[in-house]
Design a protein around this ligand. Structure first.
Ligand SMILES: NC(=O)C1=CN([C@@H]2O[C@H](COP(=O)(O)OP(=O)(O)OC[C@H]3O[C@@H](n4cnc5c(N)ncnc54)[C@H](O)[C@@H]3O)[C@@H](O)[C@H]2O)C=CC1
Ligand SMILES: O=C(O)C1=N[C@H](C(=O)O)C[C@H](O)C1
Length: 228
């Protein structure tokens, strides 16, 4: 496949490396070559099978508008834009484009979401209080992390708990740790996912791109990760 990677930062760089390792042709654009999505003209985008975005909350929506309007297929790892999801989904469907988004492309985190749903369901009405702590590198732009917001939603949906509080910590170059705690007066249950590097995110995103390349429509990685 020919893959266009948007964002040559901490994650985008690794996505490009792993895509090349998996035999794909890769082109990467960073902010200076693509201010306000200026590089994403229809003929340019048509040269790629899938676009993968790991940029920033203020850039990703412009990138999505430009790519999806051409009917392109796009995997979006960037977080912090989900208030625009209904618009982006409608655009993808109208243009018969492909949009696959996820707050976390690590398979371990996807399994954590499933375990969190089980915790929420099994401990509801049993006197437990839920809370989440997330730790990331000091350059992260959004807080709470997209993953922590998904985790809270999963637990709230499964348990009927009103609002799961999230504490965000920023330390050094931490790639990403998420901890879900359920605590009662009698005991405490803790579920932790700790990324040792960004490799799990990048591999998941490239495999997601391979999956999306033969499809149109809008997908949440949570619902398709077992197929990649
Ligand atoms: N879904 C997932 O599994 C993961 C999501 N992320 C998310 O991905 C995003 C990027 O994270 P990092 O790589 O840590 O950030 P970073 O700051 O290291 O890299 C972002 C890069 O995007 C570039 N950029 C900004 N505007 C652009 C544009 N219009 N066109 C092309 N490039 C542009 C910047 O110059 C920068 O090099 C964040 O929103 C983060 O939360 C990060 C890791 C995993
Ligand atoms: O910015 C990051 O680094 C990460 N962002 C994602 C998020 O906001 O949840 C995924 C991962 O935790 C790393």
């Amino acid at each position: 496949m020919r893959i266009l990677v948007l964002g040559q930062g901490k994650t985008g760089k690794l996505v490009a490396t792993i895509a090349a390792e998996r035999g794909h042709g890769v082109h990467v654009l960073d902010a200076k070559e693509n201010a306000h999505a200026s590089a994403l003209t229809p003929p340019f985008v048509a040269g790629f099978d899938v676009v993968i975005d790991f940029t920033a909350p203020e850039a990703v929506v412009q990138n999505m508008r430009a790519c999806l309007a051409t009917g392109a297929k796009m995997v979006v790892g960037t977080t912090g834009w989900y208030d625009k999801l209904p618009d982006m989904r409608a655009l993808a469907e109208r243009k018969q484009a492909g949009l696959l988004y996820g707050t976390n492309f690590s398979i371990g985190v996807q399994v954590m979401f499933q375990l969190a749903a089980k915790m929420g369901e099994s401990l509801k009405n049993a006197g437990y209080k839920f809370s989440i702590e997330e730790t990331h590198h000091v350059t992260k732009l959004d807080a709470p992390s997209g993953t922590a917001i998904t985790l809270a939603t999963v637990v709230e949906t499964a348990s009927g708990y009103q609002r799961v509080p999230i504490e965000s910590k920023r330390e050094g170059d931490a790639p990403g740790t998420h901890v879900l705690v359920a605590q009662s007066e009698a005991d405490k249950l803790t579920l932790t996912h700790e990324s040792f590097s960004r490799r799990g995110f990048a591999e998941g995103a490239v495999r997601a791109a391979e999956w999306l390349s033969s499809r149109t429509g809008c997908y949440d990685f949570q619902h398709i990760y077992t197929q990649i």
